[in-house]
Design a protein. Structure first.
Length: 283
């Protein structure tokens, strides 16, 4: 059963934990940059070279879409979400299908569950699950990250790839605090699975992984409310809650029914009371 999400007139969003400004990469994109700035209630600046010291991040409107970058030169280049090409797109064809740990954790052996991704971030796990046939409600509380995701979804749907478009159409993006969104769901709208990926320090040594994590942490912090989010998820999910953890990290909470381990991370599954019989199917 596909979950639905109430429409918000004023979605509950988080304020960036750092100073963010919008800038157009070219004069022809100035009007579009102004629209983005108004939508996100962020300042629009003329020239980053003159004013960048006042801000921590720049949300850049470029010909190839939106990108965000730290203003200090030591932090590397811009971060952009792309479902058409690059590492995220590669997962669509090389991720291992339904036998991979994430697919097993959400219960894909028993059908195509409706998944509520409570921490959408850069959208990689939402995208992978959608490619595997799940309908995904992807919730992101940072308006800046949500803007990157929305832009990537629009570009992906316009790329002319029918298979990709079909997968992206299975993703519904919501900007808000997942704790509040979950509490507003009525029982008829409850998702089969709630997926939580709390912020943690990546084990990858690549500059890209470090840059991505640093920018995300600047925007949303350290997810200190992850345990509260887990409680909200367990009160709503029909079948299970899945929490992504570093492979050797302790569980976010007691009561893990089963875990599925990857090379670097593991997925702890909290089965709901009515779904305890599913545990055998997940192993």
């Amino acid at each position: 059963m596909s979950a639905t999400v109430p429409n918000f007139d004023s979605p509950v969003q988080s304020t960036p934990l750092c100073k963010v400004a919008v800038v157009a990469a070219a004069e022809a994109l100035r009007d579009r940059a102004g629209e983005v700035a108004r939508e996100l209630h962020l300042p629009l600046i003329e020239s980053p070279t003159r004013t960048q010291c006042e801000f921590d991040l720049l949300l850049m409107v470029r010909p190839d879409g939106l990108a965000v970058a730290p203003t200090d030169s030591a932090s590397g280049g811009a971060l952009r979400v792309d479902f058409v090409r690059g590492p995220t797109a590669y997962r669509r064809v090389a991720a291992g299908g339904r036998r991979q740990p994430l697919a097993l954790a959400v219960g894909l052996k028993r059908g195509r569950p409706a998944v509520f991704d409570a921490t959408a971030g850069l959208g990689r796990d939402s995208f992978l699950l959608a490619c595997l046939g799940c309908r995904v409600t992807a919730v992101e509380r940072s308006p800046v990250l949500e803007a990157l995701l929305c832009d990537a979804l629009e570009r992906g749907r316009a790329a002319g790839n029918k298979q990709l478009s079909a997968a992206l159409d299975r993703i519904r993006l919501v900007c808000g605090d997942s704790r509040e969104v979950l509490r507003l769901l009525v029982s008829a709208d409850a998702p089969d699975v709630v997926y939580i990926d709390p912020m943690f320090t990546p084990r990858e040594k690549s500059a890209l992984a470090k840059k991505e994590m640093r920018i995300c942490r600047m925007l949303v912090g350290d997810d200190s409310d992850a345990a509260e989010l887990l409680d909200a998820a367990r009160a709503v999910a029909r079948r299970r809650v899945v929490v992504k953890r570093q492979r050797k990290a302790p569980p976010l909470a007691s009561g893990v029914s089963v875990s599925h381990r990857g090379r670097v991370v593991r997925y702890d599954v909290y089965l709901q009371t009515s779904s305890q019989g599913d545990v055998a199917a997940t192993k």
